[in-house]
Design a binder for this molecule. Structure first.
Ligand SMILES: O=C(O)c1ccccc1NCC(=O)[C@H](O)[C@H](O)COP(=O)(O)O
Length: 327
């Protein structure tokens, strides 16, 4: 077997092993398509054996596969050695959780993480005249404690340029990661926090990424959607901020009762004992929705669609909370 095929075969074996670990933790999302078996030779002819693992099973898997390719290409252009030199020049990370706590005690409402997103896979384009800095400023004026800035270009029409521009105008920003390289890159572009999705990342990756965040004084917001993810994540040392997503990222189904369900009984008890702050994420449109997740136990909320669609996102915040929270 030629040397390059031996390497391909090894990569394939490692991939299978990693997938077994992830599957053992209930993770259904595969990080990349199965590379398939190494090419099969019959005389001078090469046959690529196709298998059914080469098609994404849902949109989240499609996003992850595309992100994996993108990160690999970006890494080639900007390897760790280059990023490490740039880290010192990045503006220092600001206290994301501190900002949420401060807003929570100032307003008695959950601290607001307002999302700067032009489009999403579930809703398409949310705002045609999209000026990220103007939206960020409106959010800040309206009383948002932090911002979540989407950097994915293909599915959310975001960019790292947006993150950098917003950071320069003085607000706290957050991005999502599937690879440690993205944390380095986001830090250089000014992110104070990073989103880690438990449906995608095995425990070991989450632990490793939390360590990197600590090193950079960044906050890790670890997102869960169901009981199994919650129970995995709650046992990971060093977790300070958990997000409960009300949107099933595989089916797009939205149900804000998900936050309540995951915070009931023993799970809620554990969260309180460990002093972990919980963020209620997605599908929040009215003051009643905010009151509902607050009653369930969240001290912060992550809101995108209902704010970004408003002509004046600042007024949209007051409408969402039923009160001006900027004061
Ligand atoms: O929103 C989507 O369609 C989506 C699809 C696949 C992966 C992630 C996705 N969204 C990220 C989020 O969870 C939301 O942007 C965030 O929680 C805000 O939600 P909303 O207030 O409902 O816009």
């Amino acid at each position: 077997m030629p040397e390059v095929d031996a390497l391909k075969a090894k990569e394939w074996e490692v991939g299978i092993y990693q997938e077994e670990i992830a599957a053992g933790q209930g993770i259904k999302i595969r990080r990349r398509p199965a590379t398939g078996l190494p090419p099969h030779y019959v005389g001078p002819f090469e046959f690529d054996l196709q298998n059914e693992g080469n098609t994404p099973r849902n949109i989240l898997e499609a996003i992850i596969w595309s992100k994996d390719v993108e990160v690999t290409q970006r890494k080639e252009k900007n390897p760790y050695a280059v990023l490490k030199k740039l880290l010192d020049k990045a503006p220092p990370a600001r206290d994301f959780i501190g900002a949420l706590k401060k807003a929570n005690s100032r307003t008695s409402f959950p601290g607001l993480i307002a999302e700067v997103k032009k489009a999403s896979p579930s809703r398409g384009v949310l705002r045609e005249n999209f000026d990220p800095v103007q939206i960020a400023k409106a959010y800040e004026k309206g009383g948002a404690a932090c911002l979540s800035v989407l950097t994915d270009e293909k599915y959310f029409q975001g960019s790292f340029e947006n993150l950098e521009a917003i950071r320069n105008s003085g607000v706290q920003a957050c991005d999502s990661a599937i690879d440690a390289w993205q944390i380095y890159y986001a830090r250089i572009k000014g992110a104070d926090a990073i989103l880690l999705i438990a449906a995608v990342l095995p425990d070991l990756d989450i632990k490793y990424m939390i360590k990197i965040c600590k090193l950079f004084r960044m906050t890790a917001l670890v997102e869960v959607h169901d009981e199994r993810e919650f129970d995995r994540v709650i046992e990971i040392e060093g977790i300070q901020l958990i997000g409960i997503n009300n949107r099933d990222l595989e089916t797009f189904e939205l149900n804000i009762a998900n936050t309540k369900k995951l915070l009931e009984g023993e799970r809620g008890q554990k969260i309180r004992e460990k002093g972990i702050m919980v963020v209620g994420e997605s599908g929040l449109f009215t003051p009643a929705d905010i009151a509902y997740v607050q009653e369930a136990g969240v001290k912060a909320v992550l809101v995108g669609e209902s704010l970004v669609k408003q002509e004046d996102p600042s007024a949209g915040i007051a409408q969402l909370f039923g009160k001006d929270i900027s004061l």
